[in-house]
Design a protein around this ligand. Structure first.
Ligand code: HEM
Length: 549
């Protein structure tokens, strides 16, 4: 009997019926999704293809290719007049309210229980599936609290890793020019250098470990793009399947890092008198254990929890830095050679490096004014995404904007438009031009002026101190409503101080030890939804400088 019913069911399962069932399920899931999404006030102007059923379908269809243009048009039409507007999102996500620059402080100063960065990241990355069940509050707080304050002590190790990584990736052949894929070059450098501050040496040089970190980061990016295409109601079915890859790469990481982590937990938490005067190495593993001690759950620490936490930090660090370094090289190599950008940076880094007897320090890296400006300018003009600042309304009553009076209900999404801000001619002269010294010019003028003037009147000194502070804030790690690659406010990237040191050391070592041929023109990135996809096929030609090996 049962066999008869099964046979009948199987017979009735034609390909046409299966396709029809999938289509009906998908459409009804999108309809359910649609009813869950927050609704925005009619007074808010809209970018995109319009509203209604047809407009919504067009917005979903064109989101991938036209999102960047929609936000750019909205910026010109509304943000310039300090008005908010709504831009369509991926089908499974709520539309976003693009908040004008004048309202940045309002948006970023609201408490996390009203506007949440964590929930916004969760919406984009689906952390609940992708980070295998850990609460990312723990690693994020750890980085906020421990990374910047330990930078001074980390620099010698990072320098050693930068030099080793560049030698390994670029080679030491002083005779022949080599053609290398630029993306692969940065992928060969950044994970190793980043892992130095996370797990220390020698694990940071273990190729199997590094491949697992990169693969995990790739998994997170790929899965979040795929999950975006499915309605929310189907994600609990699809999410666990997609993250099998994440689980596999975590397992590989775990197997390699577990002995180190277990030993460190033991050494730092046991009362063994042998460890009384012992100081653990300063790296992410140590900081995670300290953070757990501060938060009072050190006795629940496991190698599982720490290896997953490590992966979430590697994710935050790897692709962001690889993309930034990759774009920096494109900007520098495609600039007019007569501007001498490369030689100038080479001269500046070589001078300071020699003054410091070949050992970088926090102070000496801070003296690389033009190098800092060249990196900062590249992050201005070559962003890795249209927006990097998103917040989700989590207050049940929603939130009302005091300047324009619009209301964003629970679940609404708010963002700042990095792309529009960075190319606004009222903020940046000739905004489409890569002007490597854009941010150092003023500092150099100020320093020349300060050197020329003697200690003048006391009143002037006060004013000068203020000016000095303003000039200091022109550096690449200072965020503002006008400069957003690291976002702004209390959730601004806590890894940026490390990144600044890392990129300067990489650029210094590269230019002092390698010749590189310029690029005829800058290869273009392609916009896919909110992300700028880099031209990963780009090749560069390099040769080791004679006398450097
Ligand atoms: C050039 C490289 C990097 C860029 C462009 C970048 C950019 C960003 C941005 C835009 C945010 C979002 C802030 C917000 O939501 O307001 C962020 C958050 C974060 N980044 Fe970075 N990042 C970089 C490298 C790193 C590195 C190297 C680390 C760690 C070693 C790191 C750790 C974090 C963490 C933990 C957060 C979460 C902060 C929070 O939610 O409070 N980042 N980053």
């Amino acid at each position: 009997m049962a066999t008869g019913i099964s046979a009948q069911l199987l017979e009735s399962l034609t390909l046409g019926r299966i396709v029809a069932a999938v289509v009906v399920l998908t459409i009804s899931s999108f309809i359910v999704d649609f009813t869950w999404k927050p609704r925005y006030a009619d007074s808010l102007p809209r970018a995109g293809c319009g509203r209604g059923l047809l407009g919504t379908l067009q917005n979903w269809f064109f989101f991938v290719t036209r999102y960047n243009d929609w936000v750019a048009e909205g910026y010109k039409k509304y943000s310039k007049d300090q008005r908010a507007f709504v831009v369509p999102s991926a089908p499974s996500r709520p539309h976003e309210i693009v908040v004008p620059r004048s309202q940045t402080a309002w948006m970023l100063e609201l408490p996390d229980r009203v506007l949440s960065a964590k929930e916004a990241h969760q919406d984009v990355l689906r952390n609940d599936y992708q980070f295998l069940g850990i609460d990312d509050h723990f690693p994020i707080q750890t980085i906020h609290k421990h990374l910047a304050r330990n930078i001074t002590g980390l620099i010698p190790g990072v320098q050693e890793e930068v030099h080793g990584a560049l030698d390994a990736v670029l080679g030491k052949d002083t005779e022949n020019w080599k053609s290398l894929n630029l993306w692969e070059v940065w992928l060969g450098i950044v994970p190793r250098v980043t892992s130095r501050i996370i797990v220390g040496a020698p694990l940071c040089r273990n190729q199997e470990f590094l491949s697992a970190q990169v693969a995990f980061a790739d998994d997170v990016v790929r899965n979040s793009i795929l999950l975006d295409l499915f309605p929310r109601v189907l994600q609990p079915l699809i999410g666990p399947l997609l993250v099998l890859a994440n689980r596999w790469h975590w397992r590989k990481t775990h197997l390699l890092a577990e002995p180190l982590i277990t030993q460190r937990i033991h050494d730092m938490t046991s009362n063994d008198p042998a460890h009384k005067d012992w100081r653990p190495p300063e790296d992410m593993i140590t900081w995670l254990i300290r953070q757990a001690q501060t938060e009072g759950f050190a006795n629940q620490l496991t190698a599982d929890l720490l290896s997953k936490s490590i992966l979430s930090v590697e994710f935050a660090a790897i692709h962001t830095t690889v993309l930034t370094g990759f774009n920096l090289f494109l900007d520098l190599l495609s600039s007019d050679p007569s501007l001498n950008y490369l030689d100038t940076i080479r001269g500046e880094t070589a001078r300071v490096f020699a003054e410091e007897n070949g050992a970088w320090s926090k102070q000496s890296l801070a003296r690389l004014t033009r190098t800092d400006s060249a990196i900062k300018e590249s992050m201005r003009i070559s962003p890795i995404a249209r927006s990097l600042t998103h917040r989700k309304v989590v207050a049940p009553e929603g939130v009302t904007n005091p300047a324009e009076g619009w209301h964003a209900p629970y679940g609404a999404s708010l963002m700042l438009d990095l792309g529009g801000t960075h190319t606004d001619p009222t903020l940046y002269e000739e905004p489409e031009r890569y002007d490597a010294w854009r941010f150092s010019r003023e500092k150099e003028r100020y320093e020349a002026r300060s050197a020329a003037t003697t200690a003048a009147a006391a009143g002037e000194k006060g004013a000068d101190r203020e000016e000095g502070l303003r000039i200091k804030r022109l550096g690449m790690v200072t965020t503002s409503p006008e400069y957003l690659p690291f976002s702004h406010g209390r959730h601004a990237c806590p890894g940026r101080f490390f990144v600044a040191h890392e990129l300067k050391m990489i650029l210094a070592y590269f230019l002092q030890n390698y010749e590189v041929k310029p690029l005829a023109e800058k290869p273009k990135s392609m916009w896919l939804g909110v992300n700028a996809i880099p031209p990963v096929q780009t090749k560069i030609e390099i040769r080791r400088r004679k006398g450097t090996v």
